[in-house]
Design a binder for this molecule. Sequence first.
Ligand SMILES: [Zn+2]
Length: 506
Amino acid sequence: MPPQKEVDRSYRMILRLSSSSRPRRLLSLALLLTSSQAMALNNEDGNGLEQAVPKAENLQLDQPVIKELGPPMGTTESTETAEAPSENSESDEQQSLPQAENLQLDQPIGELEPTSVTKKEPGVKSTAEPAPSVQNPSTGTISIEVEKAKPLRLLGAEVPPATSTRLAWSPSQHFEGVYSPTAVLVVNGAKPGPVLCLTAAVHGDELNGVETVRRVMYDLDAEQLNGAVIGVPIVNLQGFHRSSRYLTDRRDLNRHFPGDPNGSSASRIANSFFHEVISHCDAVVDLHTGSFYRTNLPQLRGDLSNPKIVKMTKGFGSTVVLHSAGAKGTLRRAAVEAGIPTVTLEAGAPMVLDERSVSHSVKGIRTLLNQLGMVSKFRLWGDPEPVYYNSTWQRSSTGGIIFSEVQLGEFVRKGDLLGTVTNPITNVRTEIRSEHNGRVLGMALDQVVQPGFAAYHIGIQAPQEQISKPQEVISEAPSAEKVQVQSNKPVESATDSAAELQGDRN
Ligand SMILES: [Zn+2]
């Protein structure tokens, strides 16, 4: 950085020149400022002063701003598109919205972009053009399948069919006047179909979902997609910035859905997200990880009393499924209550990224896209059968340092040693042994625990129809043989779970 050196030198020089009299010193300071500014600009690239820079908006700073609740636009968008939605939001919903820029989401941003665009162009024409033109006039009676995809209206923009874009959702304007917009990736397919939404980092410290959403979204081809996929990699940006599960006010965003426009800060954020994004979805996958130093085998949680959700779980391929309606205030439960089938996909631990969890999640979502008829290119699991489990938690009866003897995904028998808890003061060591024949679906990372800490989440495989709420399972402990026999027939579990276990270890 040569400018700094030059500035320092000129500053020293000016100080020397400006001996002691005050007015002269002020003058030299002014000189210094102008000279350093000019230097900085000139050093940019030689023509910094001449280059056209957009003029900043002239704000009436002495006038209070009344309100501007129009949905904020993407950060990269030009000023004209950013202003348009607020005007339009006042009037009819059906009025034309600014068209979102078509980005090549399946191509990484960077030097590769120009070549990838030109490469795509020919393929785009050949696949997209014939479909609507051939089908529309030819069929008069069978018109449902032939229907052309519609533009997707979301967050103050219109995303035309066969395009991909990045929009932004902003929960509120902070009092500092700073927006913290959250990226919303949209791929609107060339052909009609459902709108699948992927949400991650509702808990800001859960990172695997962020990467999962990125991989899924940036691999979609709008030309080949039926329906649309909306991906929100980081819902809780506040928590994400601080590596925290919570919002800045220590509230858990995932206990405040569907939210309240007049409620607490968390409630307002939840309400905004629910109405601006979730209400546009036909189905939602909410990505999470274990919480508080626990890790989870990739697993789905869903209300299996809802047939639509059962159908959704079957779309994920060979993945563990647990039944739970979801706590009140969770995004999942609120969405289901609003008629939008939703599952939670849990994988891995908070604060860390692990490849095994991410790749399993990506594979599961791609299989779902395939099963929903939205894409055809992903065929990843030969026999995509989910594996259903009842489950129970085994807790530590004492406090101390826990070390595990089992690994995530391991099959255990009743009486097997799961881990030990040693009191660092008294050196008293206690063992936690499995009370069931089952599988380790979730477990504590090695750490200091208090008595009562839920350390091992043991799954007991069962047919989907026999899955109950996790709490009801505790008293039943079928023998090893029984578990195998019971589960093999209805869900063809032996091969599936073996394959899955292998996949997990890869
Ligand atoms: Zn979570």
